[in-house]
Design a binder for this molecule. Structure first.
Ligand SMILES: [Fe+2]
Ligand SMILES: [Fe+2]
Length: 168
């Protein structure tokens, strides 16, 4: 997961993050753990990065901007799902809708972006993604989640070479 690197993709993600850092709570995702020692912020960055990398390696034509936006926001639920709280019950099933609601509070999302966020937990949630962009994020999310669950100190290459902003 850490061996392949693309400066161009990191730059695209970084541009997006810089915009989001100014106007939104996006970087606060770094406070919430996702899997292992990987935070929701880094999980989302990694899913975006590897989705874009996969598209490039396989020469898949798609809406790259929607892929990036949807991947970055796919887990924008903004809470620690490990914390015992009634509102976190059924997190696996419910968080895509929470992420969509939070993301829609920031910007209007197109149908591809909405599908990426809403359907990324398929097959846990029953309705499958319909766009190639959402299918890609659904698959990459599974690989990233598995990697984060079994490894520590994840995504060293992206963290080491990417220009990532810190939250104020
Ligand atoms: Fe998720
Ligand atoms: Fe995810």
């Amino acid at each position: 997961m850490t061996a392949i690197f693309s400066d161009e993709i990191i730059q695209d993600i970084d541009t997006c993050l810089k915009e989001l850092a100014v106007t939104t709570a996006f970087l606060s995702m770094d406070r919430y753990m996702q899997h292992g020692d990987t935070t929701c912020l880094w999980h989302s960055i990694a899913v975006a990065y590897y989705s874009l990398l996969l598209v490039r390696m396989l020469r898949i034509t798609c809406d790259r901007d929607s892929l990036l936006t949807g991947a970055l926001f796919h887990d924008y639920f903004l809470y620690d799902w490990h914390a015992k709280d009634r509102s976190h019950r059924f997190h696996g099933f419910r968080h895509p809708k929470t992420a969509l609601k939070n993301a829609m509070g920031i910007k209007n999302l197109n149908p591809i972006e909405r599908d990426i966020i809403c359907r990324h937990m398929f097959p846990l949630t029953p309705i499958p993604p319909v766009f190639k962009e959402s299918i890609i994020v659904c698959l990459v999310d599974k690989f990233c989640s598995f990697y984060e669950t079994i490894c520590r100190n994840t995504y060293k290459t992206i963290k080491g070479r990417g220009v990532i902003i810190t939250e104020n």
